[in-house]
Ligand binder design. Structure first.
Ligand code: FO1
Length: 318
């Protein structure tokens, strides 16, 4: 029987991993559980950046250079919005003309009473995807950051301030009263392999873990749970994960990631560049698999996914 696989996912890194995974396994055996702490409302529209990045990337529709939004995008609506810039129009967060259709439709469906998981399932279906995409929760959860310029919502920090402001704290508003979306706990409990994708541990994986019941379910499945380090040679490949780890008192290294994840993973997959640090990861009580993890070249995502599946079944390439 082919393995049933669950991926805990943030945005770009997770989406690229999933694209590789789907090259080597049947999509029907894959479920992605996706962060919605970045979700926000702009112009009255519900935007789910990580869900959309996962869907657009695996549908081969993403703008590969930006890592978000659609390829071949046009920006007429945003340019037109500039006319109202002096009268309160929000112009710092860019919604492309094609991407707008997704947000218009999603917002209408939610307003009609559909849940985010129902809408997300229709979204992936409309993009011709055969794997399951589950939001971490159907309830509103907002990642908030305490920063040098005050409390910011995630997109205000990430896009509005170009993640260029020091962070002193992170919390997830609404998370304590949130429930895992339908199917999330069942998927984790019945998976043969669980992969924590190479996403920011604090603001992409962190919100998923904070939904009551999800972290506990992963702890119970620790033996089959494998993470791919988003930190390579001390640095994040994209985004502010390295700085944020340091600012919040963690180490920006594979050892720092290992310490955060040790309670619920059994193996950490690290890049060849970190081979010399493998013993620091083992010292935390984890197995280590070493391979190429930088998915910028064709084929790396698929070979990384192969290593992850081997590790989840107890075989660890060193
Ligand atoms: N990222 C940017 O840096 N600038 C933007 O204007 C922007 C718009 C945007 C619109 C829709 C969407 O799904 C994603 C968008 N992103 C943008 C990316 C997004 O802010 C981040 O990649 C994630 O939230 C972090 O995982």
């Amino acid at each position: 029987m082919p393995p049933v696989i669950v991926a805990i996912a943030g945005g770009v890194g997770a989406a690229r991993f999933l694209r590789g995974l789907l090259e080597i396994v049947d999509a029907g055996n894959v479920t992605a559980i996706v962060n919605t702490g970045d979700d926000t409302v702009f112009h009255g529209l519900h935007v789910s950046p990580d869900i959309d990045t996962v869907v657009y990337t695996t549908a081969a529709a993403i703008d590969a250079d930006r890592g978000w939004g659609l390829a071949g995008e046009t920006w007429t609506a945003m340019e037109s919005l500039q006319r109202y810039a002096d009268h309160g129009a929000l112009t710092w967060f860019n919604l492309g003309d094609r991407d707008l259709a997704t947000h218009l439709w999603r917002t209408g469906r939610l307003r009609d009473g559909a849940s985010l998981s129902e809408v997300t399932d229709q979204l992936r279906h409309a993009w011709g995807l055969g794997f399951r995409v589950l939001p971490m929760t159907d309830d509103p959860v907002a990642t908030m950051l305490n920063t040098a310029t005050g409390k910011l919502g995630f997109q205000e920090y990430f896009v509005g301030h170009h993640h260029d402001v020091a962070v002193s704290g992170v919390h997830f508003e609404g998370v304590l009263s949130s429930r895992p979306a339908p199917g999330v706990i069942e998927a984790i409990m019945s998976a043969d392999a669980i992969v924590v994708c190479p996403s920011n541990p604090l603001v992409s994986i962190g919100p998923v873990l904070a939904v009551p019941g999800i972290r506990e379910a992963l702890v119970a499945r620790r033996d089959v749970c494998v993470a791919v380090s988003p930190i390579v040679d001390g640095a994040a490949l994209k985004g502010p994960a390295d700085r944020m780890l340091r600012e919040l008192g963690h180490e920006s290294s594979v050892a720092g990631v290992a310490r955060l994840y040790a309670p619920f993973i059994s193996t950490l997959v690290i890049d060849e560049a970190d081979r010399m640090r493998a013993d620091e990861v083992r010292a935390v009580g984890l197995k280590v698999a070493i391979t190429d993890t930088i998915m910028s070249k064709p084929g790396v995502g698929a070979s990384l996914a192969r290593v992850v599946l081997q590790a989840a079944s107890g075989k660890v390439p060193v």
